[in-house]
Design a protein around this ligand. Structure first.
Ligand code: ADP
Ligand code: MG
Length: 355
């Protein structure tokens, strides 16, 4: 942190780092020097390449202001592990740049707990970071490994490949819609109570009695489970891979652009959770699955000859997988309905700086 520590922020800052350290206790043998010095010293195993990514979460942009601090902690690391998963990388280390309006002990404790719960479950050691005062914003850098030259990329899709997606799409966007509807209702309840109510109904969805389903959708928004095992299983088989963080159309669009191909997907083949189907009408589900962000599933391409192998492998990794279309020559992504008509959603996906 900068010079303002001279003016008395110092205690807060180091006490805060101590709270993070106390929770993130996961030890790895490849950390020669972790938190506490000017930089971390880490050992990359022989024959492996380091895979690095960073994602920032800003309050009011990437999460609603009333999101539980533990969920923010969890999600700040989870979204990064999703990027590593999309590269087929095995996660190892994380760095955390935390900007907080004030070092509120309860917030930091809960944040650290959520972060550590996810980190420990994925064998990730927190090896450093930075702490500053300002509007709430969290930047995590995640580091992992792949065997040399085996990283999955967005660039290898070829005409004739099949397009697949893991798990189900649209749940997180469905949860966000429930929460937004709640906000439009402009109730004057305390935020946490409102959040609970959004989970328990009465906010404009198809049926207001679907408590378990709403809780499930909110869970996917607040505590995403990135497809780390699936990413590892795809190495050496998938020709291209991306995680669905901005919406399927937008993200598959990136694969097409980087690979110099086009994709045709069938909207009726998109995998939907029972919770999403029970909560919204069919047209809304379809739009959420096509354009909703924050699902952190993997979308990948695979040659026809290797489909059986990949389905079997992902099944063993405990991951459902659905074929949603194919790669063809050309550019862009076409979403088709059962009659072969092109479906055009209002918005392709999430993008910053879009007016
Ligand atoms: P410097 O002033 O040399 O940049 P800092 O005082 O910012 O060092 O940090 C001291 C140590 O604490 C460093 O090892 C740094 O990586 C670690 N650290 C600071 N903030 C965080 C954080 N939010 N999460 C994890 N480690 C942190
Ligand atoms: Mg220093």
């Amino acid at each position: 942190m900068a010079r303002d520590r001279i003016h008395g922020v110092a205690l807060n800052e180091f006490a805060l780092i101590d709270v993070l350290r106390a929770h993130c206790t996961h030890v790895r043998g490849d950390v020669a020097l972790g938190i506490g010095d000017d930089a971390a010293v880490l050992g990359v195993p022989a024959g492996r390449q380091l895979v690095a990514c960073t994602d920032t979460l800003v309050a009011g942009v990437h999460f609603l202001a009333d999101t539980a601090p533990g969920d923010i902690g969890w999600k700040s690391l989870a979204v990064n592990l999703s990027d590593l998963a999309a590269m087929g990388a095995e996660p190892a280390w994380a760095m955390l740049a935390l900007t907080l309006p004030q070092a509120d002990k309860r917030f930091v404790e809960a944040f650290a707990q959520g972060f550590a719960e996810f980190a420990n479950a994925h064998d990730v050691a927190l090896v450093g970071g930075d702490t500053t005062q300002g509007p709430l914003s969290i930047t995590v850098t995640a580091l992992g490994f792949v065997p040399a030259r085996q990283a999955l990329t967005r660039a290898g899709a070829r005409a004739g490949d099949a397009v697949f997606v893991t798990g189900t799409l649209g749940d997180a966007a469905g949860a966000l819609r429930l929460l937004r509807d709640r906000d439009l209702g402009q109730s004057h309840l305390p935020p946490q109570e409102e959040r609970r109510r959004a989970a328990t109904g009465g906010c404009g969805a198809a049926d207001s009695g679907l408590q378990a389903e709403r809780t499930q959708l909110l869970g996917r928004l607040d505590r995403p489970q990135p497809r780390v095992a699936a990413g590892l299983a795809l190495r050496g088989i998938a020709t291209a891979c991306i995680d669905v963080s901005d919406g399927l159309l937008a993200d598959l669009g990136h694969v097409c652009a980087m690979s110099g191909v086009a994709a045709e997907i069938h909207v009726d083949a998109l995998p939907l959770s029972a919770a999403l189907s029970a909560t919204f009408d069919a047209a809304t589900c379809r739009e959420l699955a096509l354009t909703g962000g924050d699902d952190y599933e993997l979308c990948f391409t695979v040659p026809e000859t290797r489909i059986a192998e990949i389905v079997e492998k992902l099944g063993r990794a405990g991951c459902g997988v659905t074929r949603i279309g194919r790669i063809v020559a050309g550019a862009g992504v076409r979403a088709l309905d059962v009659r072969g008509n092109v479906v055009t959603p209002q918005r392709a996906g999430w993008e910053h700086f879009t007016p």
